[in-house]
Design a protein around this ligand. Structure first.
Ligand code: SF4
Length: 174
């Protein structure tokens, strides 16, 4: 109830930008759906911009137009919802999707991302994701990573996209 009151206070301000940081965490699925519906209606009615911060890809799919995927404090992939969900580029984003159960696929086990997040005060040299990345090469460990625009709307921070034939394994959208 406290969480709902705080959401109501935020919406009552009729702000131009609503920053929603995990707004539905710990709510049950029914209340979560009600809150998301309320936020969507509010956004349309008052033409409010919204920055949604969440670890829940289902919420992203439901309410977001543009998506930025962050790893170890940096944006590693950014694009429209369709870009990121249907044409996934970064190995970390691929790992996030692979960790989810897929209603269309029967699998004995999910595929988690191996390892753990690095200590933000002691990030690894080169690509921060390299110690956990199935596509890592020696160059990934050595080189600072840059952003690559693969289309007008879709950015990825992964140096392997300099290689003309580099592709991650295609995942099936959940
Ligand atoms: S730069 Fe290398 S280690 Fe980093 S995400 Fe790309 S392939 Fe993986």
């Amino acid at each position: 109830m406290k969480q709902r009151v705080v959401i109501a206070i935020a919406l009552a301000c009729h702000t131009k930008l609503l920053i929603a940081d995990e707004p539905t965490t710990a709510l049950d699925v029914t209340i979560q759906a009600q809150v998301l519906e309320l936020i969507k209606k509010y956004r349309e009615k008052y033409e409010t911009a919204m920055l949604m911060i969440t670890h829940d890809l289902g919420i992203v799919a439901e309410v977001c137009d543009r998506v930025a995927v962050m790893y170890a404090g940096s944006i590693v992939e950014c694009g429209t919802l369709e870009d990121v969900f249907n044409c996934t580029l970064h190995p970390y984003t691929e790992g996030l999707f692979s960790s989810l159960p897929n209603i269309n696929q029967r699998a004995a086990r999910l595929t988690p991302i191996p390892g753990a997040m690095p200590d933000p005060t002691r990030l690894p040299k080169g690509c921060s994701f390299a110690p956990r990345c199935a596509y890592a090469t020696e160059a990934c460990v050595q080189a600072e990573q840059s952003d690559y625009m693969v289309s007008d709307t879709h950015m990825v921070r992964c140096s392997r996209y300099q290689e003309p034939n580099f592709r991650i394994k295609r995942r099936v959208a959940p």
